[in-house]
Every structure is written in C-alpha cells, then in structure tokens.
Write a protein that binds this ligand. Structure first.
Ligand SMILES: [Zn+2]
Length: 76
C-alpha cells in the first residue's frame, strides 16, 4: 500500500515506546498500555509525545526550590 507519503518509512505497524507492543500506525493511543503515542519514527518506534504535565511539574519544582533558597538564605 503506497499512500504517496514517505513519513511511515515503509512500516506497517509501530512499536509503543512504553510497553514495546506493536500497534497500528494510525493509533494515537496504545491499546495495550493506554499511553499516548505519536507517529512512527525511522526506527519503527512510535514517537513519545511531549508530556507537558511533567514539564509543568519540573518548572513548578524549580520554582519551589528557588523560592526555598530565597526564603532560607536571601530573605533577611
Ligand atoms: Zn503501550
């Protein structure tokens, strides 16, 4: 099957980056582990979508740590 696009690298399925199960190319969510997955990459793995929640938690942690440093050492 040739879709005329070359972004599947010839793969017919992709591998979930979380549980390493083969899943359909069109799947947005892994049927096995229910994690969101992206498009297939050159290696046949599905892209791991950016997890904005963990970015947000990281920023929050850095902000809290910075505040602690300010509170503990700089405030006076
Ligand atoms: Zn999975």
């Amino acid at each position: 099957m040739n879709t005329g696009r070359d972004d599947n690298f010839g793969y017919l399925s992709k591998k979930c980056p979380e549980c390493l199960t083969y899943i359909p190319l069109a799947a947005d969510i892994c049927p096995s582990c229910k994690q969101r997955v992206g498009k297939v990459t050159r290696t046949g793995m599905a892209k791991r979508p950016v997890n904005w929640n963990s970015y947000f938690m990281l920023i929050l942690a850095v902000a809290a740590f910075s505040f602690y440093i300010w509170w503990a050492f700089v405030k006076d």
